[in-house]
Design a binder for this molecule. Structure first.
Ligand code: SF4
Length: 457
């Protein structure tokens, strides 16, 4: 069977749409279809990626060792100090623990680890097997908290009870145990929290630097290079800036209702969106001097980077891209960034987008662009071939799809080592796209040499 002939499973048909088609509502925010092999991760993994960059906390995975190995050092989230987050502790539950329960093992592990590493807080993640055997993780955490005098927080993240997005909510609920627990008397009015930037390759530092240049104090970055103490004081900031909306909107909403802190959405991918984020924050504070500082900063940065980007965009004119990322908000920025590089996005999808996200995508994409929710490997491969793309932007699970089909790839997910946020990040992004798309290696891909179809057996 030709790869491009592979049919879409009937239960998935309404999760795939095309820009330019009227009246067809996109189906999304549903559980993955059994048997379709989603590119999404489990609830536990979702909570782990969000909490992972709390660098001075202990992260203990209550479950079989495989869950811990699966998420070990999962993000390239850098720390300017403690490195405790990079350890992947596990209670390593075995057959006998499944029969007799793992609470005792959990208690002993927590005590031993807290004594050894002296963390500022501990997160205990529940995995599938813990959900099945019914260990009372919360009561063990409460006991250790009393005995050790640090926050010990149960993360209700049994893998099977939903998808990655449910894990984001479990992580936000865990963080809400910390927020509001320290005094905030010394925090100035011009202050923000950055929510949903995970300091991949140092990106939180780039963004923080912009705000500090504007005269705004960043109280906490939740969770990029995060510290427990900063999260405890996060309720003292005047504004929450939500970058990864899929993971952090719940936390921002809860902080708004509990502490009256408003929030705005922002993206720091691409020149247009980075500038917009800085201006939106300046507008929020309604301070002419702050707006002036924002303008000067943007002008200076744009003047530096535009000539560098131009070199790449001229060579990339007319090339086609497929984008498949976790959250749809990142996809918006990528489409705009690719346009700046003279490239056309012909396939775009997300793992956790909602109805309004997909409406925006439909409106901003060119007619005929394939829009897909919760895709699987076969669908992605089919669309890449159908549209004959030159570049695939995704994460670690998508990389082999691109390379096997002989297509350039750009990692825009957890594992990358190059900062892609901010103005300087746009230069890095342009260079990476240019290098992969124009690599001479693609000349040797049989499909490109002979224009042969790819077959699936
Ligand atoms: S699905 Fe369950 S067993 Fe698999 S990694 Fe997630 S929590 Fe662990």
């Amino acid at each position: 069977m030709k790869m491009t002939d592979i049919d879409i499973l009937s239960d998935r048909k309404r999760q795939i749409n095309k820009a330019g088609t009227e009246g067809l509502a996109m189906e999304c925010e549903k559980h993955s279809l059994a048997g379709a092999v989603s590119q999404r991760a489990c609830v536990f993994c979702g909570s782990r990626v969000v909490l992972y960059p709390v660098t001075d906390a202990l992260h203990l995975i209550h479950g079989p060792i495989g869950c811990a190995a699966y998420t070990w050092d999962i993000r390239g989230a850098l720390s300017s100090g403690p490195q405790l987050h990079r350890m992947s502790f596990s209670t390593d539950l075995r057959e006998m623990d499944v029969i007799h329960g793992g609470e005792n093992k959990l208690y002993k592990s927590l005590i031993e680890l807290i004594d050894k590493y002296n963390p500022k807080a501990a997160f205990v993640y529940s995995t599938c097997v813990v959900g099945v055997i019914g260990d009372d993780v919360a009561s063990v955490c409460a006991r250790v908290k009393r005995e050790k005098g640090i926050p010990v927080i149960a993360v209700h993240s049994e893998g099977f009870k939903g998808s990655k997005k449910d894990g984001y909510k479990a992580a936000c609920d865990a963080l809400l145990n910390l927020v509001g627990t320290l005094p905030v008397d010394t925090i100035p009015r011009l202050s923000v929290n950055i929510l949903g930037d995970f300091n991949i390759a140092g990106e939180s530092w780039i963004i923080k630097n912009y705000y500090e240049k504007m005269g705004i104090r960043v109280v906490s970055t939740i969770t990029g290079d995060a510290r427990v103490k900063d999260i405890m004081q996060a309720h003292g900031a005047s504004l929450n800036i939500v970058q990864c909306s899929g993971s952090m909107t719940w936390l921002a909403q809860q902080m708004e209702s509990n502490y009256g802190i408003p929030y705005i959405r922002a993206s720091y991918f691409g020149i247009e969106d980075t500038a917009k984020a800085l201006y939106d924050v300046a507008d929020f504070f309604d301070d002419p001097e702050l707006t002036d500082r924002a303008r000067k900063l943007v002008r200076c940065e744009v003047e530096k980077v535009i000539p560098q980007i131009k070199r790449y965009s001229e060579a990339l004119r007319g090339k086609k891209a497929a984008v498949y990322v976790g959250g749809a908000f990142k996809a918006f920025s990528l489409i705009k960034s690719l346009r700046m590089l003279n490239m056309d996005t012909v396939v775009v999808g997300s793992q956790t987008g909602n109805k309004s996200d997909y409406e925006v995508l439909k409106a901003m994409c060119n007619k005929g662009t394939i829009i897909v929710d919760d895709a699987n490997t076969l669908e992605l491969a089919r669309f890449i071939l159908e549209k004959d793309v030159d570049l695939f932007i995704g994460g670690v699970k998508e990389r082999p799809i691109a390379y096997k089909l002989g297509v350039g790839f750009c990692d825009h997910n957890h594992e990358r080592k190059i900062a892609l946020a901010g103005f300087e990040g746009m230069v890095n992004f342009s260079r990476e796209v240019f290098n992969t798309v124009t690599s001479p290696v693609w000349k040797f891909v049989p499909r490109r040499q002979t224009k042969k179809e790819v077959y699936f057996d």
